[in-house]
Design a protein around this ligand. Structure first.
Ligand code: FE2
Ligand code: FE2
Length: 215
C-alpha cells in the first residue's frame, strides 16, 4: 500500500471492525492493520479516549463509545460509498476495493455520496455492510453470527463483518459474495455446496454473518 497519513477516522473504523469480529480491538491488531508502530497507535488511541470516542476495556483492549460509534458511522458512510464507486463504476475486483477505498474515502463529499447513491443505490457496501445515513444513523441488520449457526442447515452469506484483505481474497476467489448459499455439516462446519463441498476455515467463517436460507 502507498504511504499515507493515518487519521483518527482510520482508528475509529479499525476499532469498530475488530470489535464486531472479536468483541474488542487490541492495540497490536490495530497497529498491525494500520501499518504503524504500537507506540504511535497507543498515543493516538489515548487522544481518542480523552475525546470520549474510545473506551479502554482492559489492558490493550478497546471499544468505541456511543459517540465514537456515531463518528465511525459518519466515516463508514464515505468508506462504503467509495467501495461502491470503485466496484460499480471502475469495476475493480471485489476483494481489493476495501483497501483501495482507503485512498479516496477522505475525499468523498456528500455531493459525491448522493450522486453515487442515486446511480447505484447505497443501502449496502459490496461486502453487505449497511451504509449509514448522513447523520450517522444505520439500520440494524438481523443476521446470525457463525457461533449461532446450527448443524445440517442451509444459509446465505449476509455480509463480511471483518473486511480483512486475506479473508476477502479467499472469498473473492471462490465468488463467495453476499447472497451466496452455504451449508453446515453435522459438526457445524461450513461448506460450499457449489464448490465440491469445500470446507471454509473458521477464521473466514467467523468474519461473516448469515441469513437462514428458505427451505
Ligand atoms: Fe470496507
Ligand atoms: Fe465493504
Amino acid at each position: 500500500m502507498e504511504t499515507r497519513s493515518i487519521t483518527a477516522e482510520d482508528y475509529l473504523k479499525a476499532i469498530d471492525e475488530f470489535t464486531l469480529y472479536n468483541g474488542y480491538a487490541s492495540l497490536s491488531e490495530i497497529a498491525h492493520l494500520l501499518g504503524t508502530a504500537r507506540q504511535s497507535a497507543y498515543d493516538e488511541i489515548k487522544i481518542l479516549v480523552q475525546r470520549g470516542l474510545v473506551e479502554r476495556k482492559a489492558r490493550g483492549e478497546y471499544v468505541l463509545t456511543e459517540n465514537g460509534k456515531l463518528e465511525a458511522n459518519l466515516f463508514l458512510r464515505k468508506h462504503r460509498i467509495a467501495e461502491i464507486l470503485l466496484w460499480k463504476s471502475l469495476s475493480l475486483p471485489w476483494e481489493t476495493i476495501d483497501d483501495e477505498a482507503m485512498g479516496i474515502e477522505h475525499g468523498i463529499t456528500e455531493t459525491i455520496a448522493e450522486a453515487v447513491c442515486k446511480k447505484y443505490g447505497c443501502k449496502f457496501c459490496p461486502h453487505g455492510n449497511p451504509i449509514p445515513d448522513v447523520n450517522g444513523r444505520v439500520e440494524e441488520i438481523i443476521d446470525i453470527s457463525f457461533s449461532s449457526l446450527k448443524p445440517d442447515r442451509n444459509y446465505r452469506i449476509s455480509r463480511v463483518i471483518f473486511e480483512n484483505s486475506t479473508i476477502l481474497k479467499y472469498l473473492g476467489s471462490r465468488s463467495l459474495l453476499p447472497g451466496h448459499e452455504i451449508s453446515t455439516d453435522h459438526n457445524g462446519e461450513i461448506y460450499i455446496p457449489s464448490n465440491g463441498n469445500e470446507r471454509i476455515p473458521e477464521t473466514v467463517a467467523r468474519a461473516m454473518t448469515y441469513l437462514i436460507s428458505d427451505e
